[in-house]
Design a binder for this molecule. Structure first.
Ligand code: CAA
Length: 386
């Protein structure tokens, strides 16, 4: 057991910190207020290897390990949660999905532009009527005599949907088989039959664009199938295990921002003639925030380590990923709520970022599997019961 990071890990943390502080933090309030997609910042992150952190250099990425990925996402989320959503989906749902389950030709074709941040990748699983119960999807892919598929249906809540060039799509190829009737496809959003719906107005992470997408007789060739027909659900779940580490990291970064602001504020703000940090009720809040923050960070790093081990020797890291996501997202809610309370009226004002942190934190308990789903995954894996 060694809590020190390697030089390479510290280097990518440093790069992420520099860009986050110099470019992302100063524009975060603007992007939150306008909902404008931060394309320029995303390009800068891409030029510095942060849109394909674990992608090998031969496919245009930084070739770093999962711990480096966690460290970078924490830095980005500390500056702005919405940026870290775009980065996380690009890295862990799109690039990781193709690297893990795609063919060599698919890796060559689709990864480089996304890993370099020249284009954006997305992941389409959720539908208007199926979120947690992902196998209830209705989007249908019908195989043709020539081996191609015709796809019809809708997907909702697609992170980066309004700007994505490529999307990993999950569609039913055989509804009679349930989970085993789902297939994964690579979608090129420039092809006919792909349509975008309106951008969702959201409570938080407002600069991360989200929309519904629709397929009307969209044709995917046999070469655009990811994995084999019927393997889509396992691919989605495997990819989400990695994605949940990204969301846990984002929750840690966001919680860190709220925690650091609170520690500074309780030393400076005076009440009844003393800094409010000398009052026991505030001290209790700071101590509880610190414990939850550290627990979340350590469990997230453990999940990244478990992913690294699984990549070497095979096997899954689902429990570690779900434990990290559940703990970190609930820590982010607790810490941003306490931070807002500590800041009082100032916390409630848009003059400070506390209210944004509070709004942004909520999504971490919802996307890439709600807290209820994380509990279900953990308990099923621990007990073996269903
Ligand atoms: N890795 C590999 N395979 C897995 C797996 C994993 N993590 N989890 C399950 N599987 C396999 C199972 O072993 C099983 O295979 P066998 O039949 O061969 O044993 C198969 O998949 C079906 O598994 P279950 O019976 O457990 O499936 P279920 O229908 O009970 O669902 C669930 C399980 C955990 C509830 C799952 O549906 C789930 O995680 N739901 C939440 C979906 C989700 O996270 N959505 C987020 C949308 S994406 C998003 O938010 C992205 C964004 O834009 C930010």
């Amino acid at each position: 057991m060694d809590f020190r990071f390697t030089e390479e890990q510290l280097m990518i943390q440093d790069v992420a910190r520099r860009i986050s502080q110099e470019k992302i933090a100063p524009s975060a309030a603007h992007h939150d207020q306008t909902g404008e997609f931060p394309l320029e910042n995303i390009r800068t992150l891409g030029e510095n290897g942060l849109m394909g952190i674990e992608v090998p250099a031969e496919y245009g990425g930084a070739g770093m390990d999962p711990i480096s990925y966690v460290l970078a996402i924490i830095e980005i989320a500390e500056a702005d949660c919405a940026h870290s959503t775009i980065v996380s989906v690009n890295n862990s749902l799109f690039c990781n999905g193709i690297l893990k389950f795609g063919t060599e030709a698919q890796k060559q074709l689709y990864v480089r532009a996304i890993a370099e941040g020249r284009e954006i990748g997305a992941f389409a699983l959720t539908e208007p009527q199926s979120g947690s119960d992902a196998t209830a999807m209705r989007c249908k892919a019908t195989r043709q005599a020539d081996g191609s598929y015709v796809i019809n249906g809708k997907k909702s809540w697609i992170t980066s949907g309004p700007v994505a060039k490529y999307i990993i799509l999950f569609a039913m190829t055989d509804p009679s088989k349930g989970a085993k009737g789902i297939t994964a496809f690579m979608v090129d959003t420039a092809k006919p039959g792909f349509h975008r719906g309106k951008t969702e107005p959201k409570l938080g992470i407002r600069a991360s664009a989200t929309c519904e997408v629709e397929f009307q007789d969209y044709v995917a060739s046999a070469d655009e199938v990811i994995g084999k027909e019927g393997e889509g659900f396992k691919i989605a779940m495997g990819v989400l295990d990695a994605g949940r580490i990204g969301i846990a990291s984002q929750a840690v970064g966001l919680a860190k921002a709220a925690y650091k602001a609170s520690v500074a504020y309780v030393k400076e703000r005076k009440s009844f003639g003393q800094p409010i940090g000398s009052f026991q009720m505030i001290q209790a809040k700071i101590a509880d925030m610190k414990c939850r923050l550290d627990a979340a960070e350590i469990l997230t790093l453990r999940a990244a380590w478990a992913k690294m081990e699984a990549e070497k020797v095979g096997g899954r890291f689902s429990t570690e990923a779900s434990v990290a996501k559940l703990t970190a997202s609930e820590a982010a809610m607790f810490i941003t709520h306490a931070a807002l309370q500590i800041h009082g009226g100032m916390g409630y004002s848009k003059e400070m970022p506390l209210e944004r942190y509070f709004r942004d934190a909520k999504i971490t308990e919802i996307y890439e599997g709600t807290s209820e789903i994380q509990r279900l995954v953990i308990a099923r894996n621990e007990t073996g019961l269903r």
